[in-house]
Unconditional design. Sequence first.
Length: 328
Amino acid sequence: NPDRGSVERLVWHHITTKSLSSDELIFYITSNLCSTYFCFFRSFYRKITLLSANSQAYISIVVQELQKAKEIIMMTSAKTVFVRFLIAGVCLASTFLSATALAGPPFRTDDPEPVEYKHWEVYVASQYLDFKDGSIMTAPHVEINYGAIPNLQLHLIAPMVNANPAGEKAHYGYGDTELGAKYRFIQESDWRPMVGIFPLLEIPTGKSSEGLGAGAAQLFLPIWLQKSFEPWTTYGGGGYWINPGQDNQNYWFLGWVVQREISKKLTLGAEVYHQTPNVEGGDSSIGFNVGGFINFTDTQHLLFSAGRDFTGPNHFSYYLAYQLTFGP
């Protein structure tokens, strides 16, 4: 719970003196929590790294952090319910950190818009990457997103991976599990973009010796922005990957997407992205993808994209998914 003491004191001061307007109070709390965001994630990531060999320890940490969020919500009075949900949302986002190379379907770049409250998104998808040292693909992976509270989306990816290194035996099995939470803290207006965070944690459940996983927990700390000018939408941003392991190094990822609604059934778009080297002595990459989605019905959708690096190891990649959306 980042900097809970100062936030709690401010809420109590507001209740007893009413010296701040609601907008001033919410702005102060949002700024206060965001200022401690990276410090909190760094501390939490160290816990995960130290306990990476013990799956029960992961569960224990998640339970402890959820209990903290529950205590905050239970303390809520009628006057502070919105503020308490804001604090609980940040706590849950911190609990369910998640990192994935799969990013925002159908592109590598993500957006800040979470799934609606109490709604679900379920994907059955495959992503393929061909590079000079071989190829790798998910065959398939399942992605689940759920709107846990307003402005907060919980996220899971469970992949089956086919790793095919050049000149070596191919391997197929379960890959690294991805957990995450997308939190939107600024709504879009006529002049202001939507802004959100989507921390991701890659849990090393795949066998690294067979190329099915990274062999260590990886953490992605991004911020995303979006603005719509119907029928156009543009979004992007980037973040910092914490990438431990022999010969690995931390790196940055930046990307931007422009897409247009062609009709109620079809939306098309394109992205460009840049990634700094993720291994010692490696090269940075700049690349692109083009793609979109088809709405068969209000609940069934097909997502697709394909592209490659202009400079970098990706010779060709594609993404294909069936998406089911539903809710109250």
